[in-house]
Write a protein that binds this ligand. Structure first.
Ligand SMILES: Nc1nc2c(ncn2[C@@H]2O[C@H](COP(=O)(O)OP(=O)(O)O)[C@@H](O)[C@H]2O)c(=O)[nH]1
Ligand SMILES: [Mg+2]
Length: 580
């Protein structure tokens, strides 16, 4: 299914053409019918049967019929987001008019790339006049996305050209890539109403991903949670709808007057709603003044009109026809993503200033330094560390994490590595306590080939390579709490073993580290039975060692905070382990 928006000057025959193509009058309201004027968006759909020269199989097309009158431009803008192509209407009688020009500019700014031009009211002009108007229209289209578009003269009165137009439409949508499915649905609401007996219904053009019945969605900017009770598309009930569809959702959890045009529905976890974005701004060449931060602006984003404050990044102002970078401050929180298009209007003068593409939905640099571009690398570089989920929400692009859950810039990773190596080196033989590190630091530590993590501490890996298997360690281990004087090892090596924490030295006695741990556990047991404290002799007897070993052991336990001296006895210190 494809969605096509009409465009063109008021009274040029847009609504009549939609009626002729679909059998549905898109002018829904009594007032529209009475005044013969489209005020708000109209919707109609049809199935184009396969025709000679067209694609095989039927083509489903939805039309969004927009008002042409300049006073209803905001309604026009609400309707053209998310459409695949346009049906650009120019009356052969009148030719190119101001809203032909303005609509064309807006469609360009919104990034539309496909369309067909219908020269309507063919029955009211002769061949010569038709030719003159055709040439003039082609002149205006030159250099725009419609430069190569088919131009089809039609009449809804005689029916001339309508089959040709149907074939051209079928070919157009067959040649246009279907709406992308990125698994991130977003529905900009263009209408809401209370349907009798079924509560709140909203409609819109679904983009980005599919929706299904029972799905829970977040309504923004309000932040409300709503539930899809049922779905219709083209008047048919569906369990699920793909992106690129015109859809009507029956919602639970919201009254029809609490939701309306401009609201967005998204899966909350997939978006990072924002009130501040960096974007490009292409200023229209037809403007007769510069664009600066002064002025009351409105951005047309999605189906809504949003007041914004404008800050130009870099220069103070932009000339007509110039392109630059801007920061937009919104008053509302919206689910935007890089690549979203917007149109900027100056509310005071009521004129279209230009438009552009959103580059960053969560700029981190101050406006004075921000120079955004569309690259993901820049987003990562400016942040250093960004959760992969966040990056996907910010850019709409899935990026493989660099490290665990994180995408990390080269610079941030290198800085973390340098700092960790320094800290590991500074911690020496004791090792760096992993509990003192945050999640990111622990992740980086795990990647350092020259650091060994063991027992919750990180030490230079070299310690194991050179010395960890030294035979003296086994001798000391076997000696327990009364080890023999180390033999077969020079003083320098012994000092290095001590420095790295592989051997503990106290008062000239060398112990294996496990001896200290065993002594600590034994002390803890003794203190459980005698909480008032124990003497060195009690410990000596309990460990079965001589005074020569007992004194250094107690000294080491004191030094580690496992025990504390009080008068003649030792009591538990802050690091006393739990008794076994
Ligand atoms: N003779 C003739 N009149 C047309 C044709 N198409 C539209 N009109 C008339 O032009 C007027 C404006 O048409 P409408 O579809 O409302 O224009 P819109 O404002 O662009 O939607 C109406 O009175 C239509 O009946 C056509 O092909 N031939
Ligand atoms: Mg109309």
């Amino acid at each position: 299914m494809r969605v096509v928006a009409t465009a063109g000057h008021v009274d040029h025959g847009k609504s009549s053409l939609v009626l002729a193509l679909t059998g549905t009058d898109p002018d829904r309201f009594a007032e529209e019918k009475r005044r013969g004027l489209t005020i708000d968006l109209g919707f109609a759909h049809t199935v184009l049967e396969p025709a000679e020269g067209g694609p095989p199989g039927p083509t489903e097309i939805s039309f969004v019929d927009v008002p042409g009158h300049v006073r209803f431009l905001r309604n026009m803008l609400a309707g053209v987001g998310g459409v695949d192509a346009c049906l650009f209407v120019v009356a052969a009688t009148e030719g190119w008019k101001p809203q032909s020009e303005e609509h064309l500019r807006i469609l360009e700014l919104l990034g539309l790339r496909a369309g067909i031009v219908a020269l309507t009211k063919r029955d009211l002009v002769d061949d010569e006049w038709l030719e003159i108007q055709t040439l003039e229209v082609l002149d205006h289209l030159a250099g725009t996305f419609l430069a190569e578009a088919p131009v089809v003269p039609v009449s809804t009165v005689t029916g001339e050209g309508l089959d040709h137009l149907r074939r051209a439409l079928a070919r157009l949508v067959a040649a246009t890539a279907p709406a992308a499915d990125r698994g991130r649905p977003r529905l900009w609401v263009d209408r809401s109403f209370a349907a009798r007996g079924s509560g709140t219904v909203v409609t819109g053009t679904l983009t980005g991903g599919a929706l299904a019945v029972e799905q829970r969605l977040r309504q923004l900017p309000a932040g409300r949670e709503v539930r899809i009770r049922s779905i219709q598309s083209h008047g048919t009930a569906r369990d699920a709808v793909p992106p690129g569809s015109r859809v009507a959702l029956n919602l639970g959890g919201v009254d029809h007057d609490e939701i309306g045009r401009g609201d967005a529905l998204v899966v909350g976890a997939q978006w990072r709603p924002t009130r501040r974005v960096d974007a490009t701004l292409d200023v229209l060449g037809s403007l007769d003044h510069v664009v600066s931060r002064r002025g009351a602006y409105a951005a047309y984003l999605g189906s809504g009109e949003w007041p914004v404050r404008l800050r130009i990044l870099g220069p103070q102002s932009l000339q007509p026809g110039e392109s630059g970078l801007v920061r937009l401050h919104l008053a509302d929180t919206l689910p935007l993503v890089r690549g979203d298009r917007y149109v900027l209007r100056e509310s005071g003068r009521g004129e279209t200033v230009g438009g552009g593409t959103i580059l960053d939905v969560a700029p981190v640099l101050p406006a004075s330094r921000a120079r955004p571009d569309a690259s993901t690398a820049r987003v990562v570089a400016e942040r250093g560390w960004v959760l992969a989920d966040d990056l996907a929400a910010l850019t709409g692009e899935e990026v493989a994490p660099t490290l665990e859950r994180w995408v990390v810039s080269d610079a941030a990773l290198a800085a973390a590595e340098v700092s960790l190596r320094d800290r590991v080196a500074a911690a020496g033989s004791l090792g760096l306590d992993l509990a003192a590190l945050d999640e990111r630091e622990r992740a980086v530590l795990g990647t350092l080939a020259d650091v060994r993590v063991e027992g919750g501490r990180a030490r230079p890996a070299a310690a194991r390579d050179e010395l960890a298997e030294h035979p003296v360690l086994a001798e000391l281990l076997a000696g327990g709490t009364s080890p023999a004087e180390p033999a077969g090892v020079d003083r320098a090596t012994l000092r290095e073993l001590v420095r790295r924490g592989l051997v503990v030295e106290r008062d000239g006695i060398h112990f294996h580290p496990t001896a200290i741990e065993a002594a600590a556990r034994r002390v803890a047991e003794l203190l459980r039975d005698e909480p008032g404290g124990i003497t060195v002799s009690q410990l000596r007897d309990a460990l079965g060692v001589s005074r020569k070993y007992a004194l250094p052991l107690v000294g080491e336990l004191d030094a580690r905070g496992i025990t504390r001296r009080r008068g003649d006895v030792r009591i538990g210190g802050p690091r006393l382990p739990d008794p076994a």
